[in-house]
Design a protein around this ligand. Structure first.
Ligand code: GLN
Length: 303
C-alpha cells in the first residue's frame, strides 16, 4: 500500500516499473512492437485500459498480478503469438477468445466478411418480404466470420460448421459472449456441408468460408507454423483441396442467386476461379485485400 506521500512499502513495485521492464524483455527478445505489446499485457493483467492504465501505472502491483505478468511475458518471449498470450483478439467489432485450438483472427478475413455482407445484402434484395436469410460459415474456427455476420446482419440464421470439436468449443465460448445477438447462430460439427442440416439444401443465401489453403510445400513463418493449428492452414499437397471439396457441393446448397464467398491465398485467384466455374457458379470475381493481394473469391449460384 502507498502511504500519504506516495512512497511504497519496501518490496513493493509500481505497475509503471513493471511495464518498463516487460517492454525491455520483449524488445530484447526481438518483439518488434514491444511497447504496444507490453502495454497490452499489462492491461490484460491489471484489467485497466487506455486512460485508466495511465493512472494505474502509479499503483503498487499485487504479487498475483506480478506472477501473471511474468508468465505472459515469458510466453511471448518464447515466441508465442501475442493474440494467444492475451487469449483474445479483436475482429471487426467483436472481441474474440482465441487460443491454439483455432487460427488467430486476421485483418484480411475482416475484409472477407465485408465482401460477404455486401453479397448477402445483394442476394436479399431479390427475396420476398419476410424472407429469413440463411448463411453458412464452413470451417468456422473461433467463429469469427459466423459471429460477425450474425451481429452485423441481425435476423440472419447463421450455421457455423467445423469438423474440429476443439475449434467448436472456442466458437461456443465466443457465441456465449454475444448474448442475445447470438440466438440465431447454430454450431454444427462436421466436415464442410456434412455439418449442415439436409433441409437447408437449396436454401442457403450465403456460403462463406476461410478454409485451410496453404500448400503443404509452402514455407510459413515460424510464428504461424509453430503455433497455429496445421489443420486450419494446410488442406493437402496443393492447397486447393478444401476448395475442391466445398465447390463440389456448393451449387446444390445455394438458394437461387445465392452467393459464395471464400478467402483465398494471394496466388490462388486463377485456380479457385476455374474451380468455381467448373462447379457451375457464375459471376466469378477475385478481389484484392488492402495490401493489394488477391484475397477473396466471390461467385453466384445458379439463378
Ligand atoms: N492467411 C493464413 C496464412 O497465410 C492462412 C489462412 C488459411 O489457410 N485459411 O497464414
Amino acid at each position: 500500500m502507498s502511504d500519504d506521500d506516495g512512497a511504497l512499502a519496501p518490496g513493493t513495485v509500481r505497475w509503471g516499473e513493471l511495464l518498463a521492464e516487460a517492454v525491455g524483455q520483449l524488445a530484447a527478445a526481438g518483439v518488434a512492437a514491444a511497447d504496444a505489446e507490453g502495454r497490452w499485457i499489462v492491461e490484460e493483467v491489471t484489467g485497466l485500459d487506455g486512460a485508466e492504465l495511465v493512472l494505474g501505472l502509479d499503483e503498487p502491483a499485487t504479487a498475483r498480478g506480478v506472477a501473471r505478468l511474468d508468465a505472459l511475458v515469458a510466453r511471448r518471449v518464447a515466441g508465442e503469438p501475442i493474440q494467444y498470450v492475451l487469449g483474445h483478439w479483436s475482429f471487426r467489432h467483436l472481441d474474440l477468445l482465441c487460443d491454439r485450438r483455432v487460427l488467430i483472427p486476421r485483418p484480411e478475413t475482416e475484409q472477407v466478411v465485408e465482401v460477404a455482407l455486401g453479397e448477402l445484402d445483394r442476394v436479399l434484395v431479390g427475396r420476398p418480404a419476410g424472407h429469413r436469410p440463411v448463411a453458412v460459415d464452413l470451417g468456422t474456427g473461433s467463429g469469427a466470420i459466423a459471429l460477425a455476420v450474425a451481429t452485423e446482419r441481425p435476423g440472419t440464421d447463421v450455421w457455423a460448421v467445423d469438423r474440429s470439436a476443439d475449434a467448436l468449443a472456442v466458437a461456443r465460448a465466443n457465441l456465449a459472449g454475444l448474448g442475445m445477438a447470438g440466438t440465431r447462430v447454430r454450431l454444427a460439427e462436421g466436415s464442410w456441408f456434412e455439418g449442415v442440416p439436409a433441409e437447408l439444401r437449396g436454401h442457403v443465401d450465403l456460403v462463406v468460408t476461410n478454409p485451410p489453403y496453404v500448400a503443404a510445400s509452402e514455407e510459413l513463418p515460424a510464428s504461424v507454423a509453430d503455433w497455429e493449428p496445421v489443420s486450419a492452414l494446410v488442406p493437402g499437397p496443393s492447397g486447393l483441396e478444401a476448395y475442391r471439396a466445398v465447390l463440389a457441393e456448393v451449387r446444390s446448397w445455394l438458394a437461387p442467386g445465392g452467393a459464395f464467398v471464400a478467402e483465398i491465398g494471394a496466388d490462388q485467384g486463377a485456380a479457385v476461379a476455374a474451380l468455381a466455374e467448373a462447379a457451375g457458379l457464375t459471376g466469378v470475381r477475385v478481389l484484392a485485400d488492402h495490401a493489394g493481394l488477391d484475397r477473396t473469391l466471390v461467385a453466384v449460384g445458379p439463378g
